[in-house]
Ligand binder design. Structure first.
Ligand code: KIV
Ligand code: ZN
Length: 516
């Protein structure tokens, strides 16, 4: 029996980027979009073009780079936003405009200050207007989870008549319960007379930890598109995690009447790249993509798995992209082996120059570390990609002195706009001393919001991956660095964050500052 298609709409680059501290550069977005395309994601929501010139350019670049997935731009239900979204996605081979307006009593009254009839008319108008640019228009009644179902049915019927081809029901604040949310979707689909003219979609937030459960309940009640993000990134507690949705549906084909077209072996590489770029680590016990997702600690479980894998494993690790043969390269590996392995783990470097520079860094790493694993390659390429950020500050040398009974001291030399400057500082530990020395040169005044270290692979020669989050004047940036020496990784990470702060960006979120 042929199963129906469940459309996967990834919004890592839009809602995912709305996680505080997760902002991505244009190059980073294109890199993630290429991985999503390789994974065979159906729709990539590339951003909110009216939010800023930078967002517009990012969506346009994604639209220019992607062939196989539909590229979507978000727009409030106003002409200016729809014009910007249409222009940004115009270069795509297949494009979608996603327009939204809130329908819950609290949003209409307190945020939009509009009457329900005005909202309904605005929604209809916006869809009609968006249809001038593309046949593929999605409409979302924002905060549907707290909207009146009778009113939702009227709005949905009107926007389908106006030409909406996808109706997305968002649980914007993560308030719904699975049985209730599934029932809402079922009722709308049943009661709206023209519901067969559109694909029904859901977009669930995770404030109560129910985003995946709510999305799956909606699928069981007729939804055929799910909006989700890699690693569940997104506004506040995040969105439904793509990897969990896709694997739940794939693993429980006895329950679901539909399936996705995704190449699930790309899931773990995509998760690593998104985590590396955003600096949001994946918790070890995270389903599917956490380091422990397929690890068995108890003797009884290990014994069971050795005798028959299915005793304790419901999925195969290799099916989601955990590679069985994890050791890949070493000091004697050549450029060709390096390039081939990168390709196998989903990384295509664009130019020879990028490849040469990455290969030189790989050789440096192989001098310090005997076995180079896929995770090391991912970290190395992420760092390489980050070089696209203008480098105002560059680490020239770092010398730290730390011994029992003595106060740790760091001596650092930075190249700042081409001039070499040095400073010495003491601190509670070598990392603290290094950051103080860097700050005494940069005098950025930024506040350290987060410092985290994790080992990329196992063993004492493993690279440490450091994330530093800095805040200045309300702007939050992440820096990350990897090195076999965690003090150097920390300094690199701090400097990357400083370089991001030094890069001028124009960014505003009309969604937050202006109503409609
Ligand atoms: O959460 C939400 O309601 C949204 C909409 C724009 C779909 O992100
Ligand atoms: Zn959302």
């Amino acid at each position: 029996m042929n199963k129906e298609r469940l459309v996967i709409f990834d919004t890592t680059l839009r809602d995912g980027e709305q996680s505080p501290g997760a902002s991505m550069t244009r190059e980073e977005k294109v890199r993630i979009a290429r991985i999503l395309e390789r994974m065979r994601v159906d729709v990539i929501e590339a951003g909110f073009p009216a939010a800023s010139a930078g967002d517009f350019e990012s969506v346009k670049s994604v639209a220019q780079s992607i062939d196989d997935s539909i590229v979507c731009g978000l727009a409030r239900a106003v002409q200016g936003d729809i014009d910007r979204a249409a222009a940004a996605v115009q270069p795509a081979r297949a494009s979608r405009i996603h327009t939204f307006i809130a329908t819950s009593p609290i949003h209409m009254k307190s945020k939009l200050r509009m009457k329900p009839e005005e909202v309904l008319n605005q929604a209809k108008w916006a869809v009609e207007y968006a249809r001038r640019f593309t046949d593929d228009v999605e409409f979302s009644p924002e905060d549907a989870g707290r909207s009146d179902v009778d009113f939702l049915c009227r709005v949905v019927e009107a926007v389908i008549s106006a030409g909406a081809t996808t109706i997305n029901i968002p649980d914007t604040v993560g308030y719904s319960m699975p049985s209730q949310f599934g029932e809402t979707v079922r009722q709308i689909m049943e009661r709206v007379p023209n519901s067969d003219k559109a694909v029904f979609s859901v977009h669930c937030h995770n404030d109560l930890g129910l985003a995946v459960a709510n999305s799956l309940a909606a699928v069981l009640n007729g939804a055929r598109q799910v909006e989700c993000t890699i690693n569940g990134l997104g506004e506040r507690a995040g969105n439904a995690a793509l990897e969990e949705i896709v694997m739940a549906v794939r693993t429980r084909q006895d329950v679901f009447p539909c399936d996705t077209a995704l190449d699930t072996t790309q899931i773990v590489p995509a998760s690593r790249v998104v985590s590396g770029i955003t600096g949001f680590p994946v918790q070890p016990n995270k389903a599917i993509v956490g380091a422990n997702a397929f690890a068995h600690e108890s003797g009884i479980h290990q014994d069971g798995v050795i005798k028959k894998r299915e005793t304790y494993e419901i999925m195969r690790a290799e099916d989601v992209g955990w590679s069985a043969n994890r050791m890949v390269l070493g000091k004697h590996s050549g450029r060709n082996a390096f390039k081939t392995r990168l390709r196998e783990i989903g990384i295509d470097l664009e130019s020879e120059e990028e490849l040469n520079s990455a290969f030189a860094r790989f050789k440096d790493l192989a001098d310090k570390k005997h076995d180079i694993f896929d995770e090391d390659l991912q970290a190395l390429i992420t760092e390489e990609a980050m070089k696209s950020v203008e480098e105002r500050y560059r680490l020239v040398t770092l010398h730290v002195c730390s011994q029992t009974g003595e106060t740790p001291e760091a001596r650092v030399t930075l190249a700042v706009d081409g001039d070499e400057l040095s400073a010495i500082a003491i601190g509670g530990g070598p990392v603290d001393a290094s950051f103080k020395a860097i700050e005494s040169i940069a005098a950025s005044g930024a506040q350290l919001q987060l410092y985290s270290v994790s080992n990329i692979t196992s063993g004492t020669d493993a690279q440490g991956e450091v994330t530093v989050r800095l805040e200045k004047g309300g702007r939050i940036v992440n820096g990350h660095g990897a090195d076999t020496d965690i003090v150097i990784a920390s300094a690199k990470s701090y400097l990357m964050a400083l370089n991001k702060l030094a890069t001028r960006v124009e960014r505003r979120h009309p969604q937050k500052s202006q109503p409609i």
